[in-house]
Write a protein that binds this ligand. Sequence first.
Ligand code: ADP
Ligand code: MG
Length: 575
Amino acid sequence: MLKVYRRLKKYSLHLVGIVILVFLQVISDLYLPTVMSDIINGGIMKADVGYITRQGIFMLLISGLGAACAVAASFLSAKVSLGLGRGLRNSIFERVESFSMSEFDKFGSSTLVTRTTNDIVQIQSVTVMLLMMVLRAPIMCVGGVMLAYSKDQKLTLLLLAVLPFVAVIIALVAKFVVPLFRQVQKKIDRVNLVLSENLKGIRVIRAFNREEHEKKRFDAANSDLTNTYIKVNRILALLTPLMMILMNVLMLGILWFGSIRIDAGDMDLGALVAFLQYAMQIMFSLIIMTMMFIMIPRAQAAADRVNEVLETEPTVHDLTETPTASSGRGNVEFDHVTFRYLGAEEPALRDISFHARPGETTAIIGGTGSGKSTLVNLIPRFYDVEKGHVLIDGVDVREMPQEQLRAKIGFVPQKAVLFTGSIADNLRYGRADADESEISHAAEVAQADGFISETAEGFETVLSEGGLNLSGGQKQRLAIARAIVRKPEIYVFDDSFSALDFKTDAKLRAALQKETGDATVIIVAQRVGSVMNADRIIVLDDGAVAGIGTHRELLDTCEVYREIVSSQLSQEEMA
Ligand code: ADP
Ligand code: MG
């Protein structure tokens, strides 16, 4: 919480304003009972109408001033806490943008969403309350006791008698409610996780008729959350009546002993009325302080979760800002690279060495899970290697600014991701200043012009979220076109042809060959047909290189390759 509140520094002027306003308001609140007691003693008891009117107007003025201060203070508090929330959300977003894939693997996206939304809302609402109350309640309490004491010393003892009971109530609340609130936070995460899994996996759930199962799963998480909330609220529901009983007993006591003292002539009626009011103010500030005891730990839990994100340093970061001068154009070299996912026992890649040259096509083939995607993810430095070097034009990727590195690469990921917006917008993701002819040319090369021209609005057709209104193959072709628009030095296609039919696949690769010219092309593929003509084929098997060479060479030398080929091609095609 403190770490979060360090951000309030830039609102120091607002904070000073709030402090002053709250002070004024407390003073006016504390002053009112005294005025009232004056009215009773000096006006009503002496039937002096003029005095009553004068003091009455004075009272109205003071309470008007108090109300104005309260409104202004809550306006400023809202401004500060909403600003704090906005700043936190921006910081989290920026931090998450800088994360490498390792950090995404570590957190998971559903909790990042909860932390950016729900947790920050939590902090925001507690901050508003704190700003208004954290000063007000204790001052009210202490000031009330002092003024009550000035009205009547003996009766003040009654107030002190009540305090132990209040302390017991606060202790009970802290003991039972605070841990429950911590649980609530975790359970919200769980509900979010189950819900987001359900939304993402809705097709699978329908296809396998798992609706009932999923309903039960959600129900379980939901009931769990609800029950915890109910427990919390049961205890909190007890709180108000308990405090009220305590307060009424206190009032009764004050009236009882007060009337005895008035009878004896030790006290006057005005003092008693004022005393009653102070007692009420003291009790209310105690109730509010109890509430703060509950709210602060809750916000603390949220703040911890937010801080955890903000304090996670991206494992991939720039060592230097200055672009490195490199000779050559897109030489990609792996030098004894070993890589392990965070927390994995076995390395996903072991001792990989190869060289992909400009103007050549390097293909990577291997069974599922053999590490193909992992390998190509190291080129744009989505992850950092454990041992060895990934070199581009002789420079280790860790010694280049990420921006310079990624500007060289046209990356087509295994799962095509598009953004909400028109097709042209999506292709311009490759290069913002690409003109129309470049865009339509890229679409032609990617064999996407056919289906684009069939849509009513062509390149201006708006894609829904992530391109839901496209087929898998259409999305892949747009992702390929996006990379082509970029005109990069290095093309990386991670299984980007898998959703295309054989004919389109062949046409695309032929067009691509002309387009890529002297760029370095790295193609990950499942089909032997897609890689046969590559200048170099790397066969991956369980994270290690099983063979490197041309199709012919590998047929002679590499057993793993022969197995892959024979499972896909007939004898004569092999020859
Ligand atoms: P391929 O693309 O060849 O099918 P991958 O490179 O995706 O294979 O995966 C290689 C291995 O690394 C697999 O055993 C997989 O379980 C593991 N793996 C892939 N992605 C991650 C990840 N984000 N975290 C941990 N392990 C992963
Ligand atoms: Mg893969």
